[in-house]
Design a protein around this ligand. Structure first.
Ligand code: ZN
Length: 366
């Protein structure tokens, strides 16, 4: 066993409907001038509330920028060249995954203090220390890892409750996937402290969703911010971020992905997937296949019933993929990097068998 040498920076966050009150106490020690960068819809949803709270502090907002269209290196460089960026002591990133990933990739390598203000509960971009980078044509490029996440994340539950519900709906699928993928890809290994923590934390990516998921979504669809919504938002935004940090050692995401993500990335060759379906929606479907391929019948049943109860996909037709399109992916999925660290080789037969079970269930209407 080799001795370790590493530093860990964990997410710092606050949650509630009045937590923007903390902007002053948390941010003032980093300077005075603030550049706000976010998505267009996100700024519409959150800017006025942020600005009203900043007005009560010693901070000063010197500008507001729409981040762009996608998280690309070109987008990052365009923002880096702005005079306002050079003049700002700190950046407030406002939005969903792509806007927050953009500001992280901009500020963290520059050592510019950056704070995140998530406006949807769909993913853990607000708290992780990685940005998912895209090419200019919108295709996936690579993950870009950093030594630390943002300085602090302000999770305003009132804003999250008013966001479109489909983001939380899809976020549920991506979040329980974290638990199953970590458990399967670490199976049978004696883990060192860092990764072992990640695997244990990932349990909290599943449990609250099984208990509160359906109720949280029903409440969210009415724009209500209830205890259940808060518990599910914490699982999606915070727990997944912490798990993701501990599951990525030396920038190697061996335990941070698995078969459900391999299925998602293989299917992205079909434009309809990105055009009409959300990442977590497809990953939540992929977990059904992963659990069947893994022989975890009891867990499959739990997730199958959860998916049915909240309308996440349980059959291929739900994600508008044809059996022929699926078949064309079967030789690609086993060689995807997401399953390069797996306790066994994924085979075409496993995938075919799992899909046959799902289609049979769908015909039976159970
Ligand atoms: Zn994912």
């Amino acid at each position: 066993m080799k001795l370790e040498n590493y530093e860990v920076h964990l997410p710092s966050y606050s949650i509630g409907d009045k937590i923007y009150d903390k902007i002053g106490p948390v941010c003032e020690s980093y300077g005075k001038t603030v550049l706000v960068i976010g998505g267009r819809k996100a700024l519409t949803a959150a800017y006025d509330k942020i600005a009203a709270h900043v007005a009560k502090t010693n901070l000063e907002i010197i500008g507001t920028e729409i981040y762009g269209e996608n998280c690309t290196y070109q987008t990052v460089e365009r923002l880096r060249a702005l005079l306002l960026y050079q003049q700002a002591d700190m950046v407030f990133g406002v939005g969903g995954g792509k806007a927050l990933d953009t500001v992280k990739c901009l500020c963290i390598p520059d050592d510019k203090p950056v704070f995140s203000f998530p406006t949807i509960a769909s993913n853990c971009a607000a708290t992780t220390s990685v940005s998912i980078m895209y090419n200019e044509d919108g295709t996936f490029l690579r993950p870009h890892f950093f030594v630390r996440p943002v300085m602090h994340t302000f999770i305003d539950t009132e804003i999250l409750a008013k966001a479109p519900s489909q983001y939380m709906w899809a976020g549920i699928g991506d979040t329980y996937a974290k638990y199953y993928e970590a458990m399967i890809s670490s199976r049978g290994e004696r883990l060192e402290h860092f990764t072992a923590l990640g695997v244990e934390v990932s349990r909290m990516c599943r449990d609250p969703l099984l208990i509160y998921g359906a109720r949280a979504l029903a409440d969210h669809r009415q724009g209500l911010c209830t205890y259940e919504v808060e518990q599910v938002a914490l699982a999606i935004v915070v727990t997944t971020g912490i798990a993701s940090i501990f599951l990525t050692k030396d920038f190697t995401p061996d335990y941070n992905s698995g078969l459900a993500h391999a299925i998602f990335y293989a299917l992205t060759r079909y434009p309809i997937l990105e055009e009409r379906h959300l990442h977590g929606e497809v990953v939540g479907f992929g977990i059904l296949i992963a659990l069947l391929a893994d022989g975890q019948e009891a867990e499959f049943e739990k997730i199958y019933q959860l998916n049915r109860s909240i309308g996440l996909p349980t059959r291929l037709a739900d994600i508008e993929i044809t059996p022929e399109q699926w078949d064309a992916c079967l030789d690609v999925i086993p060689s995807m990097s997401d399953v390069s660290h797996y306790p066994y080789p994924v085979t075409r037969q496993m995938l075919e068998g799992a899909m046959a079970v799902l289609e049979e269930r769908a015909v039976g209407g159970q």
